[in-house]
Design a protein around this ligand. Structure first.
Ligand code: FES
Ligand code: FES
Length: 205
């Protein structure tokens, strides 16, 4: 896998950072970074039909967006398709695998199982929001150093669940780290390395 990435001119570090796609700039241009105004109201009844659209104010990775979303659209769909933040992966699209995990108001959630209209005014953190410029988040760095990513498909979700844990508990035990990642399936079976990465990141803090 590593050789494959090298062949394509991608380092493991670049790959991890690229899970974010570096797309924030594009997203801001394509969707418009606007001063937040109150969104138009949506009604639970309208959402229940799955029809119609509403304007929703989202704060994603510290930036404010005002986005028109279909009532049936999930947060994951809006992040990827409207904001261009494709670091959030969609695996099962039914709340089972955890690939789509993001942090909303400090809690890790499955973005495939949350409607975007429920996100009005909430603070959302995705994998793209972790690195500061060229400096990876310590948890991203720890995933590299501990061979956390294998195929990489689950990695951004694993990192976001690990990050949510570390935001609440800077010195977790191994059992706590395992439990925090228990909602994230890894088809490569790389669980021990992913847990090791979370514990290593905790040591650097
Ligand atoms: S894609 Fe959301 S839980 Fe699998
Ligand atoms: S690294 Fe392949 S699915 Fe987890």
């Amino acid at each position: 896998m590593e050789q494959e990435r090298k062949d394509k001119g991608l380092s493991r570090r670049g790959f991890l950072k690229g899970l974010g796609g570096g797309a924030i700039g594009t997203a801001v241009i394509s969707t418009g970074l606007l001063n937040v105004e109150p969104a138009e109201a949506y009604t639970p009844e309208a959402v229940g039909t799955g029809r119609g659209k509403s304007l929703v104010n989202l704060k994603v990775n510290g930036r404010n967006y005002r986005v028109e979303v279909e009532h049936r659209s999930t947060l994951g769909e809006v992040l990827r398709d409207e904001l261009g933040l494709t670091g959030t992966k969609i695996g099962c699209d039914r709340g089972e695998c955890g690939a789509c995990t993001v942090i909303v108001n400090g809690r890790n959630v499955y973005s495939c199982s949350q409607l975007a209209v429920w996100m009005e005014g909430k603070e959302i953190l995705t994998i793209e929001g972790l690195a500061k410029g060229d400096k990876l988040d310590p948890l991203q760095q720890a995933f590299i150093e501990n061979d956390g990513p294998q195929c990489g498909f689950c990695t951004s979700g694993q990192i976001m669940s690990g990050k949510a844990l570390l935001l609440k508990n800077s010195q977790p035990t191994e059992a706590q780290a395992r439990r925090a990642l228990s909602g994230n399936l890894c088809r490569c079976g790389n669980y021990n390395r992913e847990v090791a990465a979370v514990l290593a990141a905790a040591k650097t803090r």
